[in-house]
Design a protein around this ligand. Structure first.
Ligand code: HDE
Length: 738
């Protein structure tokens, strides 16, 4: 059958269908006009026609889908009912195993545009050809929780990028934290068994605050650097678009002359790195467990695309041993002050997947998906991963043909002698499925490296076979100290509080005590603060001082440690989230309303928010129209201040009504407590006075209040400018009842 006959018989999508808007009437399909005209195979297999007659899976038209076939109106169901059996049996088999780690995830399509050729470093087309963007599919995930767990658990986030390059798929299967818990892949099953719910009762879900996790960690000092990151606010991001991504391991770039350069990959979010606070993360887990995935898909729908720049840190081959940390050790980062991150391109996520299962669930990432010009280092964690990913896909997706699933197919053509296996989709023609072959339709030809064939970097290797850890991996605390030193005062407080929370949930005292010993190695003040919450004696007779007091907070902020394994640095600014680019873009503002509230002020606010790339949502006692064109879309009962970045209350008689509503007061008080922007106009100023304790900040530290009508426009501008910032040092916080 020739191609034309085939297409007549089976409706096969063609390249002309590549522009999604021609394939579907779904308005969301217009989200991202395909600027480049690039499509990936999954686009061509998109099924859009749901209006055709109902059929079985082999196309038999179905006349009655409401009733099974019975012997008599009230009699037993007949085995003959093939319609019932097909439908139920398909349903019975709908589930596939969830990922063993990173089970909960959400994804989006987009593109990567390189700024300038990196041909001095690599031959990879994706990093040398600036003429057109590369399609990408990116999946974000939590690690420990099941597929149905909450988005805002305290956890590292997976940041897995699949680039559909002309030389095959390139996956950067990274995380939002630049280091890892362990140095050798052989410890990964232990780490994950310890972190997952305990096997006797399967408790707790998506949480590390339990004995087995901290037992393992307390006996694994190499994890202390990662623990500092996990206990910081990095593990409770505000949104996927406000996280950094890291390839973590050292990789190699190889140029046309065969020269290799060590490289680390980074994704730098255009919106900067921003996080929730722990109290918010816990509330959101109940109020909206889908917070992050909803935020990403809503943002894309609204045209607020998510953007990152790809960054590379490079290190010459001859400088491999230059620093006091080993570049093969995945518990160490390369401080950006020593090895600056060069930004080489931009990734934009601009289209939501059409089907969660077909795309987000079936996508299969693999660290061995590299393209010519990119190769591996001998990092023992990476080497183990290079075995694990293909293996896990075989059991999760059930067949080596998972690469034929639409989302996993490359744009590069595939041609080899691999055959058969379950669910084979490709129909290979002819007799030849071996090489060498002289018969007609002979085997696909090998491609020499000079023609672009993949060539492994010929690194000379020698040595006895040994099971040892290199002595150069010995330093377990040096970079944990660098991280601690680099935090601002509030960031240090949050780390202390996270450790207090987690370890106070550990039931076995000896585990808690062992953790305190590890923390002492990082910083004595840190260990003492945690010890206080655990009812343990202070370690070195250091004055404890509560971090809640001004002196205590200052002492904590000043607490420094002598670093090692950090290239001589004592601090690294790049590790702190303070000073990150910020502002209202991508943020959400709660606008509290009641009948007779000042609608003109809402109009002015919404306009200013839109201009700044933020959105405002109306919250009232019930749903309905506030005015002809203004709809209340959330109620006090179904939402929470934790779901918003700021709160605004317009003036008017309605603001006085809100004074008698405890819900409105709690909204304002909690927003104050979490350091987020507040704006109140006219009569709403009194509402704020009622909601906050005496001594609270007014007209400073992100609290904008204006009673004077003539200054309301400036007040709105001032409020909008402070949306997205946090003010940690507001007065009277301990008195706020929320
Ligand atoms: Fe993974 N990891 N991992 N991992 N990993 C998986 O593969 C593994 C590690 C990461 O959205 C699994 O398809 C081992 C580091 C992400 O589909 C599995 C080791 C980093 C995702 C696996 C590590 C990651 C995974 C489970 C230690 C950051 C989700 C399902 C040697 C650089 C990808 C799957 C997605 C998923 C193994 C450590 C990132 C079992 C053995 C370090 C983002 O193959």
């Amino acid at each position: 059958m020739n191609q034309q006959q085939k297409e007549a018989k089976y409706p096969v999508a063609t390249d002309a269908d590549s522009h999604r808007s021609t394939l579907t009437d779904d308005p969301s399909a217009h989200e991202a006009p395909a600027k480049s005209g690039h499509t990936i195979p999954v686009d061509k297999l998109l099924k859009t026609d749901n209006r055709s007659p109902l059929t079985t899976n082999v196309g038999q038209p179905i006349a009655d889908d409401q009733n099974s076939l019975r012997a008599g109106e009230r009699g037993p169901t007949l085995l003959e009912d093939f319609l019932l059996r097909e439908k139920i049996q398909h349903f019975d088999h709908e589930r596939i195993p969830e990922r063993i780690v990173h089970a909960r995830g959400a994804a989006a399509h987009g593109q990567f545009q390189l700024y300038k050729s990196l041909e001095e470093l690599t031959t990879a087309k994706v990093l040398t050809d600036t003429s057109s963007p590369t399609p990408v599919f990116v999946r974000f995930s939590t690690v420990a929780g099941s597929r149905g767990s909450a988005d805002t658990s305290r956890d590292v986030r997976g940041f897995a990028v699949k680039m559909y390059t002309p030389e095959g798929n390139w996956d950067i299967v990274g995380n939002n934290i630049p280091v890892f818990f362990i140095q050798d892949a052989i410890k990964f099953p232990d780490l994950i068994h310890a972190a997952k719910p305990e096997p006797d009762r399967e408790i707790p879900q998506a949480a590390t605050a339990h004995d087995t996790f901290w037992d393992f960690i307390s006996l694994t000092p190499e994890s202390m650097h990662m623990i500092m990151w996990i206990m910081s606010d990095r593990s409770i991001p505000r949104s996927f678009g406000m996280m950094e991504g890291f390839g973590v391991h050292t990789f190699r770039l190889i140029n046309a002359q065969g020269k290799s350069t060590f490289v680390k990959f980074h994704w730098k979010p255009v919106l900067g790195v921003h996080s929730l606070v722990w109290d918010e993360a816990q509330q959101i887990a109940g109020k909206d467990p889908d917070f992050h995935r909803r935020d990403m898909s809503d943002s894309i729908k609204e045209g607020n695309f998510l953007e990152w720049e790809l960054g590379i840190q490079t290190l010459a081959e001859e400088d491999e041993q230059k620093y006091d940390f080993d570049i093969l050790d995945a518990t160490k980062l390369w401080p950006e002050e020593l090895l600056p991150v060069r930004r080489v391109g931009k990734m934009t996520l601009n289209r939501n997947p059409d089907n969660y299962f077909a795309e987000t669930e079936q996508v299969a990432f693999n660290t061995t998906n590299v393209v010519p010009g990119i190769s591996f280092s001998n990092d023992p964690l990476l080497q183990g991963r290079n075995f694990s990913y293909l293996d896990t896909q075989l059991s999760r997706l059930g067949s080596p043909n998972f690469t034929e699933l639409p989302i996993n197919r490359p744009v590069a053509s595939v041609s080899n002698n691999q055959r058969d296996a379950q669910m084979r989709y490709t129909i290979d023609k002819g007799r030849v499925s071996y090489a060498p072959a002289s018969l007609d339709g002979h085997s696909p030809d090998e491609v020499t490296p000079s023609q672009g064939g993949y060539k492994t970097y010929p690194e000379p290797v020698s040595g006895p076979k040994v099971r040892v850890r290199s002595r150069t991996f010995d330093d377990h605390y040096g970079q944990a100290k660098l991280f601690w030193n680099s935090m601002s005062g509030p960031e240090k407080e949050h780390i202390v509080k996270a450790l207090q929370f987690e370890l106070s949930k550990v039931e076995t005292r000896s585990i808690r005590q062992r953790m305190l010993k590890n923390l002492q190695q990082v910083n004595k003040m840190l260990a003492d603060q945690v010890a206080a919450a655990l009812g343990e004696p202070e370690t070195d007779g250091l004055a404890r001082g509560s971090a809640d007091s001004v002196e205590g907070a200052q002492k904590l902020a000043d607490a420094m440690s002598e670093t090692t394994a950090s290239g001589g640095l004592q601090t690294s600014k790049a590790l702190s989230m303070e000073g990150q680019p910020g502002g209202p873009k991508g943020r959400k503002v709660a606008i509290l309303v009641a009948d007779n509230i000042d609608v003109d002020q809402i109009v002015a606010l919404k306009k200013a928010l839109k201009k700044a790339g933020a959105i405002g949502e109306l919250i009232g006692s019930s749903l309905g129209m506030l005015s002809e064109s203004m709809e209340i879309t959330k109620t006090f009962a179904n939402t929470s201040p934790a779901l918003f970045d700021a709160v605004f209350v317009p003036g008017g008689a309605g603001a006085s009504t809100l004074k008698s509503k405890g819900d409105a007061c709690v909204f304002l008080a909690q927003t104050y407590k979490h350091g987020k922007a507040i704006g109140v106009l006219g009569e709403a100023v009194e509402l704020l006075t009622k909601a906050l304790p005496e001594g609270a900040a007014f007209n400073k530290l992100g609290v904008v209040s204006e009673q004077n009508d003539s200054r309301q426009d400036q007040a709105i501008d001032q409020f909008v400018a402070s949306v997205g910032s946090r003010h940690w040092k507001r007065p009277a916080l301990e008195l706020v009842a929320a």
